[in-house]
Design a protein around this ligand. Structure first.
Ligand code: HEC
Ligand code: HEC
Length: 512
């Protein structure tokens, strides 16, 4: 067609019968074909790039336990490549290689921080993978804080108990390591690629390009911002969380509201809380729960927890959260895995029913209500870290989404909780300040002043984890009850019982 036009206009020749030689015709066809191929290739490239940079997909696990351990709840960073939202961890390849990039900062690898690895998995329980916007990302899920391990003896294999508090996890050191190594000069694209390949990863050309051009630079900027916001909550003078604990609300104050933590009153800046268990949520619906009883809705507790893991309304995976919700709704507490003395336990039940059930049994008159601090007298810091002002601001979060909170309130004490599966919830109290049930039944002055947290060998006599052997000391972290927020005072119920009755009572509590 265009040839004809040129002939017509350019040379003014007679064009009624344009003569096309066989060669011309052949050239014509070839040109058409080339054009078609070029267009197809362009289309393929566009589709590929769209798939590469826009698609968002993750591994599906049909088994709910696998989903809980490794499935994505949407906490991996999302948004666009240039304007990321959410997420607290670096991309998969970086996350995987960090301990090799900064070996001096974490000689024992992630496992030494209490992250639990299973055979044939390169990521620990509680870390999910998701392809998002051109990069394989990782995120935290519920299992990282809600999965624990137990061993009978130092030589036994650990039992992994899903839904149990991650009493072995040092989340603060984990965050500090990730931040510090991400900002380390040794974290370069070349180094990450080399370490990843050393570890047997195939790094595609595209990923090498992305890592070298933008990703590492962006990661460093993002990490700097994260450090500016959260660094204060993660470092002295704020006391360390230690193993099995996280400050539930202070990191939110800066991450969600961009409050300057340095400007807040000292009295609300300490709030390290023990990880709780996740089982039996259905009978908890309507109860005032969280340690201070500040929320009555299981759904909102799930939701606020997922925000803590890095989920945002933009990145959330509703279907995934619903599966977890449905599972923990009826998840049964784990049975005590060791021997139980039945006659002791029967005697202990009578004591429990008389002195404890009112506050701690499903159906107890005060179970699920908040006990005034003056009556319980345990450490006040966690209660004070959740302030009225914070509560009011929480209500204003995401006003137009289903994320809106309507069940939070400021309380004046700690919640009377059901004690189901209590054997697996050691150490005890909201700040994890008392290592075993037997110690909780001692007068506060006689409870251990310092002990190790995070060792998973079980002490069947005291009911809790072993906390004072050399093995425990090398595996866990030292908990000092004299530090602000770590007080082990209060909760005097049962402390006046004769020693034999205390044994009966804790024998019974193994069966809960
Ligand atoms: C970063 C660690 C962490 C992650 C991740 C996490 N949680 Fe929690 N969760 C906690 C802590 C700590 C508490 C206790 C908060 C408090 O009262 O101070 C808690 C409390 C809860 C409670 C209330 C338990 C009770 O009996 O009061 C539920 C339910 C819960 N989490 C569910 C979830 C779900 C579902 C997820 C995943 C979407 C999740 N959590 C992820 C740390 C975590
Ligand atoms: C008047 C209500 C009340 C009575 C009675 C009571 N408790 Fe408690 N208990 C509480 C409260 C509130 C807490 C949470 C305190 C905190 O974490 O600071 C608690 C915490 C506990 C915990 C720790 C739970 C955990 O997950 O760490 C155990 C164990 C416990 N109580 C056992 C008992 C036993 C045994 C008795 C009876 C001898 C008893 N309690 C009587 C209110 C009560």
């Amino acid at each position: 067609m265009s040839d004809e036009m040129i002939i017509k206009t350019g040379e003014g020749k007679l064009v009624d019968e344009v003569y096309e030689s066989p060669v011309d015709r052949w050239q014509h066809r070839v040109r058409g074909l080339v054009m078609l191929i070029v267009l197809a290739v362009i289309a393929l490239i566009v589709i590929y790039l769209l798939w590469y940079f826009v698609s968002d997909h993750t591994r599906e696990y049909s088994d709910i336990q696998e989903h809980f351990k490794y499935g994505s709840i949407g906490s991996e960073p999302g948004g666009t490549v240039l304007t990321p939202v959410g997420g607290v961890l670096p991309p998969y390849l970086v996350f995987k290689t960090l301990p090799k990039v900064c070996p001096d900062k974490l000689p024992g690898g992630y496992a030494s921080l209490g992250l639990v690895f299973e055979p044939n998995h390169d990521m620990p329980i509680g870390v999910s993978r998701r392809w998002r916007l051109g990069v394989e990302q990782v995120g935290l899920n519920c299992a990282v804080c809600h999965t624990g391990t137990v061993r009978e003896t130092p030589n036994s294999q650990p039992m992994i108990v899903l839904g149990m508090p991650a009493h072995q996890l040092d989340l603060e050191r984990f965050f500090n390591f990730v931040i510090s190594c991400s900002l380390d000069d040794r974290l370069t694209a070349t180094n990450v690629i080399q370490k990843a390949e050393d570890m047997g990863e195939h790094v595609s050309l595209m990923q090498k390009l992305i890592l070298s051009t933008a990703l590492i630079q962006r990661l460093k900027l993002q990490t700097l911002e994260q450090q500016n916001r959260m660094g204060f909550a993660l470092n002295p003078p704020i006391p360390p969380w230690g193993r099995g604990r996280v400050d539930t609300f202070n990191p939110y104050k800066s991450l969600q509201f961009n409050w300057n933590l340095r400007a807040l009153p000292q009295s609300e800046l300490i709030g390290a809380s023990d990880f709780p268990s996740l089982w039996n949520q259905r009978p908890r619906e309507g109860m005032h729960l969280h340690w201070d009883g500040n929320n009555t809705s299981v759904d909102e507790r799930n939701l606020s927890a997922s925000l803590g893991a890095g989920v945002t309304p933009v990145t959330v995976d509703h279907a995934s959260l619903q599966r977890i919700h449905d599972w923990i709704w009826t998840l049964a507490p784990p049975r005590y895995p060791f021997a139980i003395d039945q006659s002791r336990s029967a005697r202990g039940k009578a004591i429990f029913d008389q002195q404890c059930a009112e506050c701690h049994s499903f159906g107890g008159g005060k179970t699920g209500t908040v006990e005034n601090l003056a009556s319980i007298n345990t450490d006040p810091y966690r209660l004070n870290s959740y302030t009225y002002i914070f509560c009011v601001n929480q209500a204003a979060l995401y006003p137009e989404s289903r994320y809106r909170f309507t069940h939070f309130s400021k309380t004046d004490g700690y919640a009377n909780q059901p004690l189901d599966g209590i054997w697996a919830r050691a150490p005890y109290l909201h700040n994890g300040s008392v290592p075993t049930l037997l110690d909780l039944l001692q007068d506060p002055a006689s409870r251990p002043k310092q002990f190790v947290r995070g060792y998973d060998v079980y002490n069947q006599e005291k009911v809790g984890f072993v906390y004072d052997t050399p093995e425990a000391r090398s595996a866990g972290s030292l908990y000092d009850t004299s530090i602000p927020g770590n007080g082990n005072q209060g909760h005097l119920w049962g402390t006046k019982l004769p020693p034999d009755q205390k044994r009966d009572l804790i024998e019974y509590m193994k069966t809960l």
